[in-house]
Ligand binder design. Structure first.
Ligand code: ADP
Ligand code: ASP
Ligand code: MG
Length: 482
């Protein structure tokens, strides 16, 4: 076998396994995670593990940073103290002997430096995005060390890698943009040799650093993105996203208890779903995997024998028009009315330039003779954006809106689907409609308070008689009997 062939085979055996917050929420969950990784090793695969912070830790770190930023030192330190105890207790449940002694020391040192940082923020009474990223990074830094120690104790040669040495980003704090060429070089230098020696590298998701070493984060839910960057950078054979549901479902199971697992979905469909609100996957996860044609699986760490969802380049044909329904809340509609100028050359550009300046993403656009309606995430920059737009048009805001997005490759070229959609939700007030440029999604805006009812009605209409080749109908039959 040539050297090149051998390298190719070794890479095909690499599997990037990402475990979300609930999969590392306590000692029991971390042990389950360890068993899943062991299973992959026993199959002759070489796992590279990416972990989130323990469940709810990121929210609490953000709350601590915000408290310190308001000058509330006591409040910030109280949150940090609770987090310190939770991590120490988990480590004590999980580890013993030298492994425990080492991690205990590391946890105490990390939390001492977090306390110092929070005191510093409280003293100046100002929280910059850069410092916010630093505070929030502790969650993944500590969880990854703890998981690596658990793997080491259980004979799986866990080896901690500081994600900040590999995931190189720009300095857009809070939503840093990864530098893929630099990441690929760092992974080859720092992770591949560790894996090649038969260890299990474990790194934190979500966090990175600029080229000069300042800590950054990739945005909420960003550990999925890290997994895709690592998978893409290592040219891995597969990426597995381990979470707390059986895979990508026909809608959020928290809204619809009878949501079904989708067995296979295309990259394009999954990307639309993630972008339009399905929390199960971070929207940026798909791209690095698509570029290198790496299959992505979404799997349940509480039910590891379940097949999960496979995301691939091509989806099999499906008798149902849609694969899944996503809902995105906290949106605002901006109506921009400018009777004389709308159709003049360069006007739309001047409107979009304002959004660009504030790095504000637009979800949906519709235009009429005299007005443009846009939808954006409700965010703190909206007053500034509106002020600026106000110089070129009349501007009106409507908050508390939600976007429902129905995704499926099989809506292409079918007629009568929108009739079914809108008759299923005829009692709901629909504000804006778009049949996506991608031809695989149909989206519309409704009131936030109507989301649950609308999703349930649509789900009943389109998934009442699901295609068993694409959806896991057996699970529904089993739960109906139970
Ligand atoms: P993790 O911590 O593992 O990253 P998340 O909470 O970010 O997990 O994502 C998993 C959650 O996503 C599920 O518990 C579920 O409530 C929600 N979700 C939303 N839409 C979907 C969907 N279409 N399929 C599966 N889960 C979904
Ligand atoms: N811990 C981060 C968050 O809660 C990243 C992640 O879990 O994906 O947003
Ligand atoms: Mg997530």
């Amino acid at each position: 076998m040539s050297e090149l062939q051998a390298a190719g085979e070794a890479r095909a055996k690499l599997v990037v396994m990402k475990f979300g917050g609930t999969s590392v929420e306590d000692a029991k969950a971390i042990l389950r995670t360890a068993e899943i990784v062991r299973g992959r090793r026993e199959r002759g695969l070489q796992p590279v593990v990416v972990v989130s912070a323990m469940a709810r830790v990121t929210d609490q770190l953000l709350a601590a940073a915000a408290a310190a930023g308001r000058g509330d030192k006591t409040g910030a330190l109280a949150i940090a103290a609770r987090l310190r105890n939770r991590h120490l207790e988990t480590a004590a449940d999980l580890l013993c002997g030298e492994h425990f002694a080492e991690i205990e020391k590391a946890i105490r040192a990390r939390f001492d430096s977090l306390d110092d940082l929070l005191r510093g923020i409280a003293a100046v009474g100002e929280l910059t995005p850069r410092t916010n990223d630093k505070v929030v990074s502790y969650g993944e830094r500590i969880s990854s060390q703890m998981v690596a120690a658990a793997f080491a104790q259980h004979g799986m040669k866990g080896a901690h890698v500081d994600a900040r040495s590999c995931i190189i980003t720009d300095d857009h704090y809070g939503k840093a943009v990864p530098q893929e060429a630099a990441i690929e070089r760092k992974l080859a230098e720092l992770v591949l040799p560790v894996a090649a020696a038969g260890n299990t590298p474990v790194m934190g998701g979500f966090i990175g650093a600029t080229a000069d070493g300042t800590t950054t984060t990739l945005g909420r839910g960003g550990s999925d993105f890290t997994a895709a960057l690592v998978g893409g950078g290592l040219h891995a054979g597969a990426i597995e996203i381990w979470t707390d549901v059986n895979g990508i479902m026909t809608t959020d199971p928290r809204i619809c208890a009878d949501a079904l697992r989708v067995k296979t979905i295309s990259f394009e469909e999954a990307a639309e779903l993630a972008y339009f609100g399905a929390k199960v996957l971070h929207p940026a996860t798909i791209l690095p995997a698509v570029q290198k044609s790496i299959p992505v699986w979404v799997l349940n760490s509480r039910n590891p024998t379940n097949e999960g969802t496979k995301i691939t380049a091509m989806a099999p044909p499906c008798a149902s028009p849609f694969k899944s329904i996503a809902a995105k809340k906290r949106l605002t509609i901006i109506d921009i009315v400018a009777s004389r100028m709308l159709m003049t050359h360069g006007y739309l550009k001047s409107v979009f330039d304002v959004f660009d300046k504030y790095r504000c993403a637009i979800d949906m656009v519709s235009t009429s003779e005299v007005s443009i309606s846009l939808t954006v995430d409700s965010n703190e920059r909206l007053p500034e954006i509106c002020d600026e737009l106000g110089r070129i048009a009349d501007v009106k805001l409507e908050g508390h809106k939600a976007l429902i997005c129905m995704v499926g490759e099989d809506i292409r070229g079918r007629s009568g689907i929108s009739g079914r959609v809108f008759s299923a939700i005829r009692h709901v007030n629909v504000r804006m409609i778009s049949q996506g440029a991608s031809e695989i999604n149909m989206s519309f805006m409704i009131e936030e308070s109507d989301v649950e009812e609308a999703v349930r009605s649509l789900h009943a209409e389109f998934f009442g008689d699901p295609d068993p080749t694409v959806f896991d109908v057996e699970a529904r039959a089993v739960s109906a009997k139970a």
